[in-house]
Write a protein that binds this ligand. Structure first.
Ligand code: ASP
Length: 338
């Protein structure tokens, strides 16, 4: 064989080998880790904190009748939004340091459609405004006056969200704290009452489709205009219909820094169980600033496409509510610090 023919043969063989190698590598690189369990398509709804139980009941009615996960989560979180006794969501939420109740919310469906409002005022059902942003505008997020104007123009009722109880507490706080912006004042409210809690809810419907919603009045006595993680897609909530959904609660600034809910979903994509994924996200917060992390609470909640779920928090005290065809239960999440 001439040198030239040898060379051509060698080149062809090596090109074929390189192409085959690339194909195999590409396959390996794009293949997601195996699902941790068979996909069952059994409807389920999970939400943050013990007050998620009543919200789950409303969401379950939608799922039980064969409704979409996104409809279920919107219906579910409207329960605490309308409850004046719940001082961390919607009506009756604790105000900012200027005495204004400002709401953050977002929603995401199985097609990665999403909508969000931040610093919304005077409208109880922030989640439904977020949904309307998703469905009726070309945008994902409306904030402040623009969000409120959009809501009022689209038929939402203008209401005073500051209840006498929340107003009274805010006035007491003003006397003591002298208008200082707060990073985390979990233990500063009377009786050690939590000053921030959010309802984050994720669900799977009978078609195996996922949806999520997150809504809050945010951190009590925040600076006016402060926006937390809850309305930020990827931070307070993320839904990927191929993998799972996650949501968060706690000090939003910490969650935003690691784009927490998206991180949890991506960790599940790599094969981690929901609780492990939540734990890794919590550990990442702790690793970045251990001193700060010891002082604040953050909790993540995740639902895998398989129907498996789990949660993890920085501190003791984070609970979450689960409802499916078999159980209705409130669990205490595991936590990093004692
Ligand atoms: N994540 C919310 C925020 O930072 C508050 C909370 O869940 O407690 O606004």
């Amino acid at each position: 064989m001439s040198d030239r023919r040898k060379f051509v043969k060698f080149s062809l063989l090596s090109s074929a080998a390189i192409l085959a190698g690339r194909y195999l590598f590409a396959k390996a690189a794009t293949k997601d880790a195996p699902l941790p369990a068979t996909v069952t398509n059994d409807p389920i709804v999970i939400s943050t904190w013990d007050f998620g139980k009543d919200a789950n009941t409303a969401a379950w009615e939608v799922l039980r009748k064969g409704g979409r996960a996104v409809d279920a989560v919107e219906t579910g979180v409207k329960i605490p939004e309308a409850d004046p006794e719940n001082q961390t969501v919607g009506l009756g939420g604790r105000p900012d340091r200027d005495g204004r109740v400002t709401l953050d919310a977002c929603i995401m469906d199985e097609n990665s459609k999403c909508g969000s409002v931040a610093c919304l005022e005077h409208v109880v059902h922030a989640i439904s405004v977020a949904r309307m942003v998703m469905e009726k505008t070309p945008h994902v997020m409306l904030v402040g006056d623009g969000a409120t104007q959009f809501a009022l123009e689209n038929g939402f009722k203008k209401e005073n969200l500051l209840t006498p109880k929340s107003e009274q507490e805010w006035k007491e706080w003003l006397k003591k704290e002298k208008y200082e912006p707060q990073k985390n004042i979990e233990n500063m409210l009377p009786g050690g009452v939590r000053n921030h809690d959010t309802i984050g809810m994720v669900a799977m419907d009978k078609n195996g489709n996922l949806g999520g919603a997150c809504t809050t009045s945010g951190m009590a006595y925040k600076m006016h205009g402060r926006v937390g993680d809850s309305p930020i897609i990827g931070a307070g909530l993320y839904v990927d219909n191929e993998v799972g959904a996650a949501t968060s609660t706690g000090v939003g600034e910490e969650v935003i820094r690691i784009v927490g809910s998206h991180l949890v979903v991506e960790l599940m994509r790599q094969g981690l169980e929901p609780e492990e994924a939540c734990k890794k996200a919590v550990e990442r917060i702790a690793a970045r600033n251990p001193e700060q992390a010891k002082l604040v609470q953050v909790g993540f909640l995740a639902l895998h496409k398989s129907g498996r779920f789990g949660a993890y928090a920085l501190q003791k005290g984070f609970s979450y509510a689960v409802k499916n065809g078999k159980e209705e239960k409130v669990y205490d999440a595991k936590h990093l610090y004692s």
